[in-house]
Design a binder for this molecule. Structure first.
Ligand code: ADP
Ligand code: TYD
Length: 207
């Protein structure tokens, strides 16, 4: 039985997800809420090992189906070990990425069939959908410039066209389910984006 609130952040690399998640978590904790901050891939010990395989540039020959299955394996462990227990406990769970990233990157980005991704992930998420999903929208050039100031990982090394397809995919997902998604202009200042996010969260819970 779920009692907490499940919030996810989506967007391309460098859209500002991690920055905003830290600020939102601090704000909610200040308001006395129980908050669990987590991420995919790598929200568990097993997930950290899977993440290393997924992002290592030396695995440039990874089969796209293997990629989907590895992200889903990470997700299955993450939902079972972190997200479900925290929600049962009544916490607010904030995750940096969830199943929408698999649809955006592996369906829109890699052009794999949507059904394949949804079928595989059915076993990983066990019916658990986010209550609220933020899309931090930024132009690809800006996101990649922000993200690749340190060495680019296996996914970041993909072409600009790949990242354009992913960003367009996120926009399509957000438009198709407006009750769950809030699209935020991520090009504005960190503080302006934060204020819009807490306004949206405030509409779901009393703060
Ligand atoms: P993500 O988690 O989406 O990859 P990050 O939060 O790690 O993105 O941000 C990537 C980089 O961009 C960091 O150096 C961060 O400080 C910077 N950054 C994040 N949000 C903004 C913003 N609104 N304006 C300018 N720089 C930002
Ligand atoms: P990460 O460093 O966490 O990126 P960011 O800081 O931008 O969130 O790397 C995760 C990478 O994995 C990122 O390029 C997106 C990609 N990804 C997928 O391709 N499919 C997925 O299902 C997930 C969760 C992430």
């Amino acid at each position: 039985m779920k009692k907490g609130l499940f919030i996810t952040f989506e967007g391309i690399e460098g859209s500002g997800k991690s920055t905003q998640i830290i600020q939102l978590a601090d704000y909610l904790k200040m308001k006395g809420r129980g908050v669990v901050v987590t991420r995919e891939p790598g929200g568990t010990l097993i997930g950290s090992a899977i993440r290393k395989i997924l992002l290592d540039p030396k695995f440039s020959k990874m089969d796209y189906h293997a990629e989907v299955l590895l992200y889903a394996a990470d997700r299955a462990q993450h939902v079972a070990e972190v997200v479900e227990p925290a929600l049962k406990n009544g916490d607010i769970v904030i995750s940096d990425r969830y199943i929408d990233s698999s649809v955006a990157y592996q369906h829109y980005g890699r052009s794999l069939p949507l059904d394949f991704i949804l079928d595989v992930n059915k076993y990983a998420i066990q019916g658990l959908k986010p209550d609220l999903t933020f899309l931090l929208a930024v132009p690809v050039a800006l996101g990649l410039k922000r993200a690749t100031q340190v060495a680019a990982d296996r996914i970041e090394q993909e072409s600009v066209e790949f990242h354009e397809r992913v960003e367009a995919g996120f926009q399509e997902l957000a438009a198709s389910e407006p009750a769950r998604w809030r699209t935020i202009d991520g090009t504005r200042s960190i503080d302006e984006v934060h204020k819009e996010i807490i306004k949206a969260v405030g509409m779901l819970i009393k703060m």
